[in-house]
Write a protein that binds this ligand. Structure first.
Ligand code: FAD
Ligand code: DHB
Length: 393
């Protein structure tokens, strides 16, 4: 078995693992990133699109912001639609001038991978981590299978950035870790279409048929989502049916039809909330989806993940460079306070915008919340601040 030695072994090259590697490298901390999938695969995985104000600054400070600042779309407001009417929440007016940046997660990943390879930092693709060992000793190790055979990385700390189905969260002993979970009775069908966006800002829509979201990636690419039944199959959705349903839900008198174009990517995602606590076991520290999942309404998943590694990089640099262990003890509780705020906001947005076909009382409450969110300056201010910068509040 090939043996390597580093200070921090990072499992997973999603946004969390890649940004952590970059932040640590800038602090002079050696690290190795191990990623199960290929470079092509991680760079093509279409997912999140909304980057909070403080998180965009973090990406820039890490040295990975050049393309995001050039090509990202800065939005100062967001639209809500219901009963064929549209209401704008002026995000920047309500949140001290701050704005969101619409820029695809896979573009963030591409920028971070390029930076890593340019600097010569080790990034092992096609390497599935199978075992985490010695986590409560002072020399933990990570074992995996790479293209050239098995590999073991001996290190001072392990960062579990491998998403909810990875190995890291399973290494937490059941006796000391708790898992808080909720599954929602719907999924999202998402498409990427070669169509010029019909609007300038994102639209969150509640319709009796279900939720819809209009987002975008560039002046020629639209990203749209439909709330569907949890057991819905992609095969049952022809292009025509997808566009008809999007039009039915999103239509208003001013915009009776949305711009259409060839669908270049599609997928169905189940919606869950998960929190794993504590986010640490011995020398293993969890970050991002490995520790928590939010339903995508509210666009918090990647932002929470990147905010975790902002603190984890500081924590590990303090321990390894300055021999200051104090942040190691508080990493989990500091993260979890913010993570629960993210869970609360994502749950609030999800509950407000997905009608429940079998509960008219619930629908009445949802409509009251939605009206309050767009008509009350106080309620809109809370929404705007959470939407624009929850992870840096
Ligand atoms: P991941 O991106 O899941 O990365 C984990 C990595 O670990 C992967 O590359 C995986 O291949 C690798 N891995 C797994 N197991 C192993 C192993 N055993 N060995 C080695 N490597 C392993 N978030 C937002 O902030 N804004 C949005 O607008 C938004 N929209 C979304 C829309 C959809 C449809 C979906 C599905 C998600 C959305 N999210 C959004 C959530 C966001 O995509 C995730 O929260 C984000 O990817 C988390 O990053 P991560 O690095 O923690 O995990
Ligand atoms: C996008 C995804 C989200 O989950 C969201 O709330 C807003 C936008 C997107 O992919 O663009």
């Amino acid at each position: 078995m090939k043996e390597l030695r580093t200070q921090v072994a990072i499992v997973g090259a999603g946004p969390a693992g890649l940004l952590l590697g970059q932040l640590l490298a800038r602090d002079g901390i050696d690290n190795i990133v191990l990623e199960h999938r290929s470079r092509e695969y991680v760079e093509r995985r279409v997912r999140a699109g909304v980057i909070e104000f403080g998180i965009a600054n973090l990406i820039e400070e890490a040295g990975a912001g050049e393309r995001m600042r050039r090509d990202g779309l800065v939005h100062h407001g967001v639209e809500f639609r219901f009963e064929r009417n549209s209401y704008r929440v002026p995000l920047s007016d309500l949140a001290d001038g701050r704005a969101i940046t619409v820029y695809g997660q896979q573009e963030v990943v591409k920028d971070l991978v390029a930076l890593r390879l340019e600097s010569g930092g080790p990034l092992l693709f096609d390497t599935e981590v199978t075992t985490l060992d010695g986590l409560t000793s002072d020399a933990p190790s990570v074992e995996g299978d790479g293209p050239e055979g098995p590999v073991r990385v001996i290190c001072d700390y392990v960062a579990g950035c491998d998403g909810s189905f990875g190995v890291a969260n399973r290494a937490l002993p059941a006796s000391s870790a708790r898992r808080y979970e909720r599954t929602y009775p719907f999924s999202w069908l998402g498409i990427l279409a070669e169509a010029s966006p019909s609007t300038e800002e994102l639209i969150y829509c509640r319709h009796q048929n279900g939720f819809a979201l209009y987002s975008m990636r560039s002046p020629t690419l639209s990203r749209l989502y439909l709330g569907v039944a949890p057991d819905e199959r992609l095969e049952d959705w022809s292009d025509g049916r997808i566009w008809d349903e999007l039009n039915a839900r999103l239509a208003t008198d001013e915009m009776p039809e949305i711009g259409q174009g060839p669908i270049v990517e599609r997928g169905i995602t189940a919606m869950r909330s998960i929190v794993i606590a504590p986010m640490r076991h011995g020398r293993l520290f969890l970050a991002g989806d490995a520790a928590h999942i939010v339903p995508p309404t509210g666009a918090k998943g990647m932002n929470l993940a990147l905010a975790d590694v902002r603190l984890l990089a500081r924590t590990l640099a303090a321990a390894l460079r300055d021999h200051d262990d104090s942040l190691l003890a508080t990493y989990s509780s500091t993260c979890l306070e913010r993570v629960w705020r993210g869970e609360e906001f994502s749950n609030y947005m999800t509950q407000m915008l997905h009608p429940n076909p079998s509960d008219e009382f619930e629908n009445g409450v949802q409509m009251a919340r939605l009206r309050q969110a767009v008509n009350s300056r106080e309620a809109a201010t809370v929404l705007a601040r959470n939407y624009v910068d929850l992870n840096s509040l």
